[in-house]
Design a protein around this ligand. Sequence first.
Ligand SMILES: [Zn+2]
Length: 211
Amino acid sequence: MYVDLTMEIRDGAPVFPGYPRPTIRSWSTIERHGYYSNLLLMPEHVATHVDSPAHFVEGAPTIDAIPPERFFVRAVAIDFSDRPPMSEIGIRDFEERLPKGVEVGPGWAVLFRTGYDAYAGTDMWMRYPYIGEELAEHLAGTGIWSIGTDAPSPDHDPFNVHRILLPRGILIYESLTNLSRVVGRTFRLVALPIKIGGGSGAPVRAVAELE
Ligand SMILES: [Zn+2]
């Protein structure tokens, strides 16, 4: 079974504050031109997307330089949707909720469900629970390849989780959705970014393949 974990890129879709919202315009129609197509203007960090190390680290790999195997991982999704706004998710919270028998490491992604994808575009959206620095260090120490969240970011300004993970080459997926359908389980995650030359990140199509 496949579960689509991707938010739609729509005209005017909400983005992290400071970025312009995507603009989508009709370029051609079957009626007038004989073929249908649209024109897109949008930030790299739109809808469901991945941050490459270059997003925070000068000279680090851009999205086109990440080996494709990094986008095919074993994943575990953990539910933190009961957390209060602006609360920290710590090492102990993570260990208590990690499904029994699951040990994450190289080749793995850890996905955090906050439920804040439901608030996209509202004031509540920016009050998402965040990953603590200790937990970020702990996850980095396991050698995992990526983390993901259905919130717009795993952390708040000054983005210390980004600063811990990206220098070690750990990718960060943001604004995932539908994690309620995969929490408490392990599965294969395929989340491929479009290949933007020199990109700091890129929109992805994220799909969970469940056994
Ligand atoms: Zn981003």
